[in-house]
Design a protein around this ligand. Structure first.
Ligand code: PLP
Length: 859
């Protein structure tokens, strides 16, 4: 066998697979809501899915991508999910992703100006831009002795600040062992870590007490510094926090700054997350006193739409920083560095090598503009404040600290255990993720709003979950006066049922992963894949004239219930009973029966509404409709029929005089118009679409043929991107080549209907279709004159037939679920989404119906 050779080695390979990789990432970001936010992976589970050794031979890129779905997604905490409210945001964004990609493509190491002038100078300019945008003190600008640099993290920035402070102090002759570092008891752990790494005596790292709002107590700081001086020690560095990790408390920088100035102590301000808020002028109060700081850092990788890693670190005077970190071996010497006119950022950080991180910041600033970034930050703050208001107004909770910017800290009044259980239950839903801390030594739930994709509805969902899951407070038996939470069932800890699917349908694709249901709802999507089969939403059939021996027009109420039950067993969980042209009184009576609740079986397909296939159709394209029942457009009659029951769709021939008024009236009443049983030419069809018709009924059947110069209704529908083209894919109505033509001409907007008759799901024989006797034989249903009069197949037979023609399965299943659902304005029944009522079907790999779930129960 010839050696396949390694893949991804040439730029052309990159181009080809790169599109695939970008598609994968874009799909991931589109699908964020379907995954449980926190991974449900046991330790070692991911490692166990990897081979124990690296591959000896090159693998195919598709295999790598498949493993992203199979291994990575289920084992990932989805930080980008809109329901992520934990820790602090790590908001990625499309421009930053592309910036990363380009930086990787350039692959430069910007250790010296000379090793990539663009890497250095764009970084310098970006950091200067941010000084202006955030209204930081001018002394942080590169035009003076100060300037900014991108570090990987706030922790590294703090370390560099500590190293600079140490450098400045030891230069005055004080030994390292005599230097002290101060930070509040609420400061981030990276301060202690940095001080340790920088060689400060661990016994000289002073945690300073905080006030009731968790801000550094300046009196205590002054006292600690005084005590140290008295003991012969030197206060070297204070790290003040502008937005603490636990509660977003702001240390009083002006007072701390004055103290530091008086003591000659370095002041570093750590604004890791909150610093980004300063892009909004009204959220800049934290900057007061910042001109007293020697260094400052904030993380665009937390809350400024820039992918991790990107921390902006500023110094007022770079001399101490470079003094601490610059060592120049011969091999790094170059003329530019020695000229003194350039910045070598290797001297501003611990490592030598550095990535071109400024590119993503540049992409972000240019793509969103300052105004776009402000809009994001403001919206998060608004949502967080709304959330804090809901918490504060509910007697079950208390706020643990003043809600600040995008963070709310709260606890259940029932105590630590209740709060901890609530957090566990919230995170177990998979819809949200929050984290906790301890404030005043009490268990505290943190809700931090800041995701790129988080919208108001996600915060509402969070509150709804909290409302449902939190027990009543001891001093209040019920929860009166609280906003209603809708009529969704509460999420209980009922047993989950996994479908065991190897893949599920999502956004037109088969995504590896399983689905679980409990208490009637979809409670998990994207679980580790099961062994086989595909989980899909219940199939949607917009044209069912009869089924399993029952004709819709003639059936009594209990017959209709049986029909719905039979459809459900065959995987159709939503349908439009379809009435062919009949005497208006009979149509009205049938519609009335369909509208009766008793016509719905509890385990049956859901009624979407009635499809009236006629009577305003062309006598020359009547098909199985009795000619004597066809009528000219008549608004009054239309009103009479629409009033008869829950009509959702009407098939009309657009060329009939007065059809336009019918279409307009249907639109006015929210009824979808599908054109069909029509002799229309393409212009008449286009006029119908302009008037508001949005679909075509069983394309090519019962309409003028498409020919070279006369495209007719079929051609017009295939050419018009507004139109959903409905096909009967039973292998009888359309020749396979014609079916293929529809699939490619109407890409992304064709859908499957069964056009089922009472003969569907039955053997061959005679049945009635409305008022007409028809004969089912060999899968076809025909009138005695041979005219095709509907189908004997099931919808899922059409699905299989199309798969046999090589149409991608994800595309076919979408045409049998999401697309017909969207056509009748019921998107929610055509998707699998967390929290939606569980109406699902597990198909075998051969596309046979395996299991049908109705309201969470197998039937
Ligand atoms: N400082 C503060 C105030 C923080 O909240 C955090 C993040 O948790 C950090 C520092 C550490 O950030 P990084 O992960 O960038 O080191």
């Amino acid at each position: 066998m010839p050696d396949p050779g390694p893949f991804l080695v040439s730029p052309e390979d990159l181009r080809r697979h790169g599109y695939r990789a970008i598609d994968w990432v874009a799909d991931y970001l589109t699908n964020l809501e379907i995954y449980p936010v926190a991974a449900r992976t046991a330790p070692g589970e991911v490692a166990a899915m990897l081979p124990s050794s690296a591959p000896e031979q090159p693998e195919d890129f598709e295999a790598v991508v498949a493993d992203l779905d199979r291994i990575v997604l289920p084992g990932t905490m989805h930080w980008q999910a809109p329901g992520f409210f934990g820790f602090f945001p790590a908001n990625a964004s499309p421009p930053a992703i592309l910036g990363e990609l380009v930086a990787a493509g350039l692959g430069v190491n910007g250790m010296l100006w000379a090793t990539s002038p663009a890497c250095t100078e764009i970084e310098t300019v970006m950091l200067d831009w941010l000084v202006e945008l955030l209204d930081l003190p001018d002394r942080f600008c590169s035009s003076g002795p100060g300037g900014g640099v991108i570090q990987d993290s706030a922790s590294s920035a703090t370390l560099c600040a500590l190293l600079s402070a140490r450098e400045r102090a030891v230069k005055t002759g004080v030994p390292l062992s005599g230097l002290c570092v101060y930070a509040s008891a609420e400061a981030h752990s990276s301060v202690s870590k940095g001080a340790r790494v920088a060689g400060f005596d661990p016994g000289h790292i002073r945690p300073i007490a905080v006030d009731d709002d968790f801000r550094m107590d300046v009196g205590a700081l002054g006292a600690a510094m005084g005590d140290d001086r008295a003991a012969g020690l030197v206060p070297c560095c204070v790290v003040a926090t502008a937005g603490t990790t636990s509660s977003l408390a702001f240390d009083p920088i002006p007072a701390i700054g004055e103290l530091c100035r008086a003591e000659g102590t370095w002041l570093h301000v750590d604004a890791a997350m909150a610093g980004s808020a300063a892009i909004c002028p009204e959220l800049r109060a934290q900057h007061e006193g910042l001109d007293l700081a020697d260094s400052y850092a904030f993380n665009p990788h937390k809350w400024l739409l820039t992918n991790f890693d990107c921390d902006c670190f500023y110094v007022a005077n770079r001399a101490s920083l470079t003094g601490a970190l610059s060592i120049t071996p011969e091999y790094l010497r170059n003329g530019a560095s020695e000229s003194g006119f350039v910045i070598d950022y290797r001297d501003w950080q611990v490592p030598l090598g550095r990535r071109f991180r400024a590119l993503k910041l540049w992409f972000v600033l240019r793509s969103y503009g300052a105004e776009g970034l402000r809009r994001h930050v403001r919206e998060h703050v608004r949502l967080a404040q709304r959330f804090a208001g809901l918490v504060a107004a509910d007697e079950r909770f208390e706020l643990c600290s003043p809600p600040t910017l995008n963070l709310t800290c709260f606890r259940h009044v029932g105590g630590d255990e209740v709060s901890e259980r609530l957090l566990g239950a919230l995170n177990a839903t998979g819809k949200v993720f929050l984290s906790h801390t301890r404030l005043q030594d009490r268990y505290t739930i943190r809700c931090c709003v800041g995701g790129t994709w988080t919208e108001e509805r996600h915060v509402e969902m969070l509150w709804q979950l909290i409302d449902e899951l939190a027990p009543a407070s001891a001093n209040r038996p019920a929860t009166p006066n609280r906003p209603a939470t809708g009529n969704r069932p509460a999420i209980r800890s009922g047993r989950q049922r996994r479908l065991g699917a190897a893949a599920f349908l999502h956004n037109g694709r088969l995504v590896p992963g399983d689905v679980a249901v409990a208490d009637g709802e979809v409670v998990a999507v994207g679980l580790p894949p099961g062994r086989r089969g595909i989980a899909v939403p219940g199939l949607v059939d917009l044209q069912v004239n009869g089924y399993a021996g029952v004709d819709v027009l003639a059936a009594p109420v209990e017959g209709l219930a049986g029909l719905g039950r039979a459809l459900a067993r065959d995987g159709v969980l939503s349908f439009q009973p379809t009435l062919i042209s009949s005497e208006p009184g009979a149509t009205r009576r049938a519609a009335g029966r369909i509208g009766e609740p008793a016509s719905r079986h509890p385990d049956g397909a859901r009624l979407l509404g009635i499809h009236l296939e006629g009577p305003f159709i062309s006598p020359s394209r009547a098909g199985a409709h009795p000619l004597e029942r066809l009528v000219a457009p008549d608004l009054e009659l239309l009103g009479y029929l629409l009033d008869a029951g829950p009509v959702t769709m009407v098939t009309i021939a657009p060329e009939l005089a007065g059809a336009g008024e019918l279409i307009a009236e249907c639109r006015r009443r929210g009824v979808v118009v599908s054109l069909g049983h029509s002799d229309a030419d393409a212009q008449q069809a286009a006029r119908g679409f302009d008037e508001g018709a949005r679909a075509v009924t069983h394309v090519f059947n019962a309409m003028a043929p498409l020919t070279a110069r006369a495209p007719g209704l079929a051609g017009a529908a295939l050419a018009d991107s507004r139109v959903t083209v409905q096909v009967v894919a039973d292998g009888v109505h359309l020749a396979d080549d014609t079916l293929q033509l529809v699939v490619s001409a109407a890409r992304g907007r064709w859908s499957i209907v069964s056009d089922a008759t009472a003969a569907s799901g039955q053997g061959d024989g005679e049945v009635v279709l409305g008022e007409v006797p028809v004969v089912a034989a060999g899968g076809a249903v025909r009138r005695t004159d041979g005219t095709i009069a509907g189908s004997a197949a099931k919808l899922v037979d059409g699905v299989r037939h199309l798969a046999g023609l090589g149409v991608p399965v994800g595309e076919i299943l979408t045409a049998a679920t999401a697309r017909p659902a969207a056509l009748v304005g019921r998107e929610e029944i055509g998707r699998i989404r967390l929290g939606d009522p569980a109406y699902l079907v597990l198909l075998t790999d051969e596309l046979e119906v395996d299991t049908v779930i109705v309201e969470g129960r197998p039937i």
